[in-house]
Design a protein around this ligand. Structure first.
Ligand SMILES: NC(=O)c1ccc[n+]([C@@H]2O[C@H](COP(=O)([O-])OP(=O)(O)OC[C@H]3O[C@@H](n4cnc5c(N)ncnc54)[C@H](O)[C@@H]3O)[C@@H](O)[C@H]2O)c1
Length: 370
């Protein structure tokens, strides 16, 4: 990737999507002096205007689309906070224009679109990073260091039990928990274990009292490289003794156990007669929390050429976990991620055109090249 971000001034950000999460991004961008908000696009211009008025930034130009604003405001990069179905067209257009993109999760609405966008970042030689905001958490980093001390790991579990009444699209969508929320825990597990998911067996179901149309509860058992298991159990209609939004975690290894309740500091027990395994993780690393952390990492990557967490080619594996889990629940059996990726790759090659098709054709495996 050959980024060439100017070093002597704040980077110019164009925000696309000013809904619930877009407003959070707007505040975060404005609060960071390395970045200047130069435009806000939303299909509903009144939404963009209202978000800017609320932030005391009414002077920032607004428009309906990225296309409408990009030439006029000359951004250095785009922040894509549109709905998942719009991630593909918006991010593709930005990359085609040579603009790096910091996008909200999920990478795209489908795995096929995700592979196309990953290829587009390669074809247009621009950074496309997905902001998995829950990775930017000092306790999660500390927990990762604890896991390294456990020696060889057997199993990592994450429990997620909440009972939110969102109203709106989540109540009506298929797979609301797995598609909209579990990706955070799946992605955190990849971060914690630094291992690749191989296969999954998943069941989805909807408790009788559920207020969701789609299945709001799930259990997924992943096998990762090296035989390690990751078990996720969650429900979005589970009132009482709710877990953290970050889930509640337990890791069992040969020297002991480490737990994290998702909110406070994690705890480690190395059993008597065993010693913590040595590790080289830097204990001083403590990221800025949430989307402020991913924005900082993205800007640093543009300025220095460093590789951030959440590049599209890395994040596509977290999305593959989601789609493999759904495929497993539908099929009633274990699904290999390589098969899911192969299908998506075949579809992506069939529908991509121009430089994106060329980039896809050059991949020697279904996983994007590093
Ligand atoms: N990281 C997190 O914790 C977190 C939390 C909430 C939402 N999200 C993600 O953020 C994204 C946005 O979610 P939200 O809750 O803000 O949704 P939302 O529906 O409230 O807002 C989306 C906005 O995008 C606009 N939009 C749609 N298509 C567009 C296009 N082509 N061009 C310009 N504007 C367009 C819509 O008009 C709307 O205002 C989703 O991908 C969601 O998964 C992440």
């Amino acid at each position: 990737m050959t980024e060439s971000a100017p070093v002597n001034r704040p980077l110019r950000a164009l925000l696309v999507g000013a809904g619930g999460m877009g407003r959070g991004w707007l505040r975060t961008i404005r609060a960071y002096d390395e970045v200047e908000l130069v435009g806000v696009a939303d299909l509903n211009v009144a939404t963009a205007k209202a978000a800017l008025d609320e932030a005391g930034a009414s002077e920032v130009p607004v428009g309906q689309t990225l296309e409408e604003l990009a030439d006029a405001v000359a951004p250095d990069f785009v922040v894509d906070v549109t709905i998942p179905e719009a991630h593909h067209p918006v991010t593709m257009e930005a990359l085609r224009r040579g603009l790096p993109v910091l996008g909200e999760k999920p990478l795209a609405a489908t795995l096929t679109e995700a592979l196309e966008l990953t290829a587009a970042a390669q074809a247009y030689d621009r950074l496309f990073m997905v902001s998995q905001s829950r990775r930017y958490n000092g306790h999660l980093f500390a927990y990762r260091r604890q896991l390294l001390q456990l020696g060889r790991l057997g199993v990592l579990t994450a429990e997620f039990f909440k009972a939110p009444h969102f109203g709106g699209f989540r109540d009506a969508m298929d797979h609301p928990l797995v598609l909209d929320m579990a990706i955070h825990a799946f992605d955190s597990a990849r971060f914690l274990l630094d291992a690749d998911p191989v296969s999954v067996y998943c069941e989805e179901y909807n408790p009788p009292w559920s207020w969701y149309a789609g299945d709001a509860a799930t259990t997924a058992i992943f096998e990762l490289s090296g035989g390690l298991r990751y078990v996720y159990t969650g429900s979005w209609c589970s009132p009482g003794q709710e877990t953290s939004w970050n889930a509640s975690w337990r890791a069992s290894g040969e020297h002991g156990t480490a737990r994290w309740d998702g909110d406070g500091p994690p705890t480690l027990e190395i059993v008597e007669g065993r010693e913590a395994a040595p590790n080289s993780d830097d204990p001083s690393v403590d990221p800025h929390p949430g989307i402020a952390g991913s924005l900082r990492e993205f800007v640093a990557a543009l300025r220095t050429g460093s590789t951030p967490m959440g590049t599209a080619r890395d994040n596509v594996m977290s999305l593959a976990m989601v789609h493999a889990a759904i495929a497993s629940a539908k099929a009633g059996g274990r699904v290999h991620l390589a098969d899911i990726l192969e299908q998506a790759y075949t579809q992506a090659r069939a529908q991509a055109t121009g430089p994106v098709a060329d980039a896809l054709a050059g991949w020697t495996s279904v996983s994007p090249p590093g």
